[in-house]
Design a protein around this ligand. Sequence first.
Ligand code: PLP
Length: 457
Amino acid sequence: MTDLGNDISGVIQADRAHVWHHLMQHKSLETNDPKIIVEGKGMRVWDASGKEHLDAVSGGVWTVNVGYGRTSIANAVRDQLIKMNYFSNSAGSIPGAQFAKKLIEKMPGLSRVYYSNSGSEANEKVFKMVRQIAHRVHGGKKYKILFRERDYHGTTIAALSAGGQGERNAHYGPFTPGFVSVPHCLEYRNQFPDAVDYGVAAANAIEQVILREGADTVGALCLEPITAGGGVITPPDGYWPRVQEICEKYDILLHIDEVVCGVGRTGEWFGYQNYDIKPDFVTMAKGVASGYAAISCTVTTDAVFQMFKDDTDPLGYFRDISTFGGCTAGPVAALENMAIIEREDLLNNTLKMGDRLMENLRALQNKHNVIGDIRGKGLFAGAELVADRKTKEPAGEKMVQAVVAHCMSHGVIIGATNRSVPGFNNTLCLSPALIATSDDIDQITDAIDYALTAVFN
Ligand code: PLP
């Protein structure tokens, strides 16, 4: 544990006076100290009071896939920064080329990597590419981008325009035109009661939107392979094959947002690889370098890339830059991150530990009526809490937050879905690092067990 000596009160003072934290109602910091995390090792972090926490959410938001304290990543970044830290990505870099090659080896059918800094930005690149293709190839048509209720694609205005979570969007409009929502596919919150095959019915609802808007106006469909912050929504069987079919039928580009699922989280390199999907675009960020450096990637096919090579038109190439997409820290960290996953066989561990996590959650569901549904894949799981199993009335937000707080006070950090929208603020979220052991998984689910007992009995 780092020795902060007397300095910690100064840190807390400076934080309280000057830092505007993410997703935080700051009123709470008038009476509570901000939590300052000072050190991490493996699955665990220590706060400024010296308290140890088991991190069941990989840095809070599905990011630190290979765990804390990885000296091999830090050393690779350090060596690279001393040698060559930055040049605009109009020129190439050694790690940029090496990581692109390694990444594409994991993504058959795709061939090009565009670097930027955040998930939002990676998604914005796709939106711009789709719009440019609409102008250049479809005479200005096919500019609309479909997104799904409960999905999230980022915080910038265009990414929010593609955001299916009302609580994130409220008060930030007006939004970018040309983004159109399609229904979510959560079978537990059944929107298609007459469906014979729920997955097919949910996909057919996308087709209905396409027909309503006019297929000649729709350029792309943007989806998370498994909805993350919107409630850990695993798609029902039948959903993805039908979605793929619909995209092909109407010549609609399929954009898969792997910002959460990417780089091992589900036990495959990418979430879409669980479902035999053939995307035209894949975006990724969080787990790409596990938070050791900022990097995001927009990956696409050769067919898309070729559409941007018309040198007879001065506007015929992708006129976009991300300044820090030229930082070498990102790709060099990403290379070592991927090497760690391979060396330590972490995809296999994710599958094994994911099974254990699901088994434990199922046992908790048998014990606690408040767990209405459990969902997930690999080390990515959600437990939806309900006040009544029959009516599926969602558990109150205060109760859900009390479960999170109870776990926290007992040394386990778990997450919950966003607040403010009734019906969807009631899912506990778990995403431990891919290095989790059986003991870690048991400690996480034991903490939830105690918390549910304490809060609901
Ligand atoms: N896409 C998904 C699925 C996300 O969950 C997030 C962030 O949580 C983003 C995109 C945006 O990523 P960033 O915060 O890096 O901009």
